[in-house]
Design a protein around this ligand. Structure first.
Ligand SMILES: *Cc1c(COP(=O)(O)O)cnc(C)c1O
Length: 467
């Protein structure tokens, strides 16, 4: 399997190379040259298999010859063996049509663990093989940071610089990053929003001065391997609910369009996906883009679902490229326009292509709180604000009554316990696996978000830059 850039002019890469690369050198995002396809028999054969086995089967065509099947399965067993639930991603029924897919049983209580535990092992495996080192830089709206830090803390060959928007993430999210005291972990709080952090990180990947000094890698969902690992749970869930004979709809609380894009990939691979519901909060650029073609960034409004407080959704470019005819030159021009004016109009083919699989719902704060209360009162389920947005959208969507609708439960409610308590009156306890989070000391550097100051800090502190 080879990987190509959405902007058409970066070199094609193998899976190993694409894992160790961030943004493509032309500013685009890497995608497989074509979609692997699974037959109905392949999907049926997943029934009754453990998560780690299905994960290896779903990822194998993307990994190509970068790992043998046995090596790959060794990694999936190790990564998913760290989850606190034997099903890894269990399903919970809410009523006759609605289900929750619990993605938060990993070490840092959010779905990001599912991909990042795997990515940490892939980094370690590939870097050891090449005898190389990698400096990861990332921007987080909260959950990517903690999951990435847990996944690479103390691992050989990698170090990480993680930026978070100061004061805009929950105390649990912050502490899960800042209390991990390994020498290869660097936390940076910047004044500004997640989008500001992400813009700086993206700029670093195309900054030749930095590229000349250190090898940069990405843990954000611009990294293809992350999306690949997220494709798996669409398969495991749909198979449990009757695929390939029955199709399933998914409602996905969305920020950077990574998780829901993985659902799109699953459908391209032959999984019968009835519809993908893109649930946004009031930061609704994706809802506007999908409902009337208007992809224009507003200012970010902080909400109780901070991992969705995003106005520029990196992975949307992957969708536009794929549904718009995979023309890198056209995509490059469209994105250059967006980067200057912060606004663009989807083409007709992009709109029609997206409409075949996606629908979208914008969910405000009141609706989110209502959704938390409804899940608690009707089914006794305490859900987090992100999941509540997904679930609200699931109830709004127009889906035939015989199609199961699965909402992705993307975070453990204890990760956002203040917001959960406000809405439901119940304060979810932190699971014992997070240990003495509130007793541990924090370490974090505060920076303004100025690009030169930031890159200076990274070059000064990167072990890699000093041999
Ligand atoms: C990251 C995150 C999201 C958004 O996922 P994307 O892949 O960025 O769309 C939703 N909910 C939670 C809890 C998250 O951590």
């Amino acid at each position: 399997m080879r990987y190509i850039s959405t902007r058409g002019s970066a070199p094609t890469l193998s899976f190993e190379e694409v894992t160790l690369t961030g943004l493509a050198s032309d500013g685009g995002l890497y995608l497989p040259q074509g979609w692997p396809s699974f037959s109905a028999d392949d999907i049926r054969a997943m029934r009754g298999q453990p998560y780690a086995e299905i994960a290896a089967r779903v990822m194998a065509p993307f990994v190509g010859d970068s790992l043998s099947f046995e090596e790959l399965r060794g990694l999936t067993e190790e990564a998913y063996g760290r989850f606190s639930h034997a099903a890894v991603v269990p399903l919970v029924q809410l009523d006759h049509q609605h289900w929750l897919m619990e993605l938060f049983h990993g070490p840092t209580l959010a779905f990001k663990d599912v991909a990042l535990q795997m990515l940490g092992l892939l980094f370690e495996t590939f870097l050891a093989r090449r005898g190389e080192q990698l400096t990861l830089v990332g921007a987080t709206s909260g959950d990517t940071g903690s999951a990435a830090i847990d996944a690479v803390a103390g691992r050989d060959g990698v170090e990480i610089f993680m930026l978070h928007p100061q004061g805009r993430i929950s105390d649990v999210q912050r502490r899960q990053m800042t209390t991990v005291r390994a020498p290869n972990i660097h936390n940076i709080a910047i004044s500004g929003s997640f989008d500001d952090g992400q813009a700086a990180v993206k700029r670093m990947f195309t900054d030749t001065e930095i590229a000349g000094k250190i090898r940069l890698g990405a843990v954000n969902s611009i990294n293809w391997a992350r999306l690949m690992a997220q494709v798996v749970y669409y398969f495991t869930t749909a198979v449990q609910l009757g695929a390939p004979e029955r199709s399933v709809a998914f409602s996905v609380p969305t920020g950077n369009f990574g998780d829901v894009f993985a659902g799109y990939v699953a459908s391209k691979m032959g999984l019968p996906v009835e519809q993908l519901i893109v649930a946004t909060n009031v930061n609704d650029i994706l809802h506007r883009a999908l409902s009337d073609g208007d992809y224009s960034a507003g200012t970010v409004t902080p909400t109780a679902a901070p991992s969705m407080d995003i106005q520029v959704s990196s992975n949307f470019e992957r969708l536009l490229f794929d549904v718009g005819g995979r023309d890198g030159a056209v995509m490059a021009e469209q994105m250059r326009g967006f980067e200057t004016s912060k606004a663009m109009q989807l083409t007709n083919s992009q709109r029609e292509g997206a409409a075949t699989r996606f629908t979208s719902v914008r969910v405000d704060q009141d609706a989110m709180a209502h959704s938390m209360r409804r899940a608690f009162e009707n089914s006794g389920e305490v859900i987090d604000p992100h999941t509540a947005i997904g679930l609200y959208a699931a109830y709004q969507a127009d889906i035939a009554p015989d199609v199961p609708i699965v909402t992705l439960a993307t975070a453990h409610p204890a990760k956002f316990r203040d917001a959960v308590e406000r809405a439901t009156g119940t304060r979810p306890p932190l699971p014992t696996r997070v240990g003495d989070l509130f007793a541990r000391e924090e370490a974090c550097t505060e920076l303004s978000g100025d690009y030169d100051e930031l890159t200076d800090f990274i070059l000064t502190n990167a072990a890699q830059a000093h041999g």
